[in-house]
Ligand binder design. Sequence first.
Ligand SMILES: *Cc1c(COP(=O)(O)O)cnc(C)c1O
Length: 209
Amino acid sequence: MIRSDIQNFITTIPTNVTIVAATKYVDSNDMRRLAASGITNFGENRVDSFLKKYEELSDLKDIKWHFIGHLQRNKAKQIINKIDCLHSLDSLDLAKIIEKNRSTPLDTFVEVSINLEENKNGVPYYEVKEFVKKLLAYKNINLVGFMMMAVKSSVNTNEQFHKLKVLKEEIENELNIKLPYLSMGMSDDYLFAIKEGATHIRLGRILFK
Ligand SMILES: *Cc1c(COP(=O)(O)O)cnc(C)c1O
């Protein structure tokens, strides 16, 4: 169920921040209601549920499909020409599959692991620059920025987001490129993320109370 005050909730988010609804909690009927309320960026975590909902909602216009979960290499082909944006590029092997199978450049975030002990997903932050350098040669990957998941740790959430923001600025300067977006912040921490420059927040539970 979508929270009843969804319209009001949307007005609390700055208009330059994109709400990507993490739709793993709901079915396509609820997603129709979300779209009607003005949230048209959907983020799915799993290939099978993405394919099902993509089919069920094929009549909806102006939807943007984001893939926000870990994308297994052996399943990537099934979705790679259906999604509008990938938030979770984390290996060169996956990049190669995208390069080979995607027909137009795909807006792509590199998922970064800022907290190496607590979060095994993503490229370790100290390897990101080298990773990005290699990606620049991939014509079907349009690198738009970095994505992260904050974790419960001794380091404040704010500091974790800040670290990614600083990393983005360093890499932009050192490689002389522009990375317009940061995908960070979920239901519990999106306000901190916005303060640190998030352009995309991925919200699940808070939309579906
Ligand atoms: C589920 C999920 C979210 C949203 O989490 P909430 O805490 O429910 O807001 C964001 N990003 C990813 C990758 C997710 O899997």
